[in-house]
Design a protein around this ligand. Structure first.
Ligand code: SF4
Length: 294
């Protein structure tokens, strides 16, 4: 089966089975798609949906976000996790205003040059917002391609150039159709060719999948353990930020001391927030970045 036929089967399946997600609506602009891609990187769809709507209702354009403070971006990010993304997204909005007159650029290199926009996000925006032909490779796509084409049980460590080449080889030549194929591969990886329990019986490419054809050999590498959250510095950072998000002025250290009993871990987490540019020290108190009293 030629690889473009694999794309055709994936697109047919996608046309009938894709989730109805608001950032896939035809009238959604590049800014809304960029925001969705950054939010979705490390956060499940169900948590992103309300945050994405709230974000765009407050900041419908890059210029609107660029005009607001980093602290407000961190507040709006709420409990989505990995809050540095809020800062990067605001920096990205500022760069779009300064370099591109407030319009998300169409050119891949210009997208790649924006703060917080990496290989994946730049290609996702160029593809899904502007209908260009680029391989869009996230974890789900890497796994789908590794199984369907290479017959591997898992994708193994990311090898960016090789991943891009392997996925590009599957894309139809026509850009809009290639963009559809990219969306289909992502959706298949998210819903059908999942990490733990691939649903091969429901998969549109099951007849040509190399991994299924070879009897679904088990992975031989070390089993990846799920990431812990409870008790980690990440949890403490989240608790500290939650207090600072709610505050209307500087928060004294004594107030922050109440969120976590282990003083060493608490100061390590706070130092991390300061180093990441999320929090600023003001005397014996702390504020969110950009919230320093005038
Ligand atoms: S047949 Fe199974 S392993 Fe192959 S691509 Fe489909 S879900 Fe993944």
């Amino acid at each position: 089966m030629p690889e473009t036929t694999l794309a055709a089967a994936a697109i047919r399946w996608y046309d009938e089975n894709a989730r109805d997600l608001p950032w896939r609506e035809p009238d959604v602009g590049a800014w809304a798609i960029l925001v969705s891609e950054i939010m979705l990187q490390q956060t499940p769809v169900v948590r992103v949906l309300p945050a994405w709507r709230a974000w765009l209702s407050r900041w419908p354009t890059p210029a609107a976000l660029a005009a607001d403070t980093p602290a407000e971006a961190i507040r709006m990010w709420g409990r989505l996790g990995y809050p540095r993304r809020a800062l990067r997204l605001r920096e990205c909005a500022v760069a779009i205003v300064e370099r591109h007159s407030g319009v998300v650029p169409t050119d891949l290199d210009a997208l790649l040059a924006l703060p917080g926009v990496g290989t994946y996000t730049a290609r996702a925006v160029a593809t899904f917002a502007y209908g260009q032909r680029h391989p869009v490779v996230d974890t789900n796509v890497r796994r789908f391609v590794a199984r369907a084409v290479a017959g591997e049980p898992d994708a193994g460590p990311a090898t960016r150039p090789a991943d891009l080449v392997a996925t590009e080889a599957l894309l139809p030549a026509e850009p809009v159709r290639a963009a559809r194929a990219s969306a289909a591969f992502m959706e298949l990886g998210a819903l059908i060719c999942t990490a733990r329990t691939p649903r091969c019986a429901d998969c549109p490419v099951t007849e040509v999948c190399a991994w299924r054809a070879s009897g679904r050999p088990a992975p031989t590498g070390p089993t990846r353990r799920p990431q812990q959250y409870a008790g980690t510095d990440r949890q403490v950072r989240g608790l500290l930020l939650a207090v600072l998000r709610e505050a209307t002025g500087p928060v004294p250290h004594e107030r922050l001391d109440l969120v976590w009993a282990d003083a060493a871990q608490r100061s390590r987490a706070l130092a991390g927030l300061v180093a990441d540019g999320l929090v600023e020290l003001v005397g014996d108190a702390c504020v969110l970045a950009g919230d320093r009293p005038g």
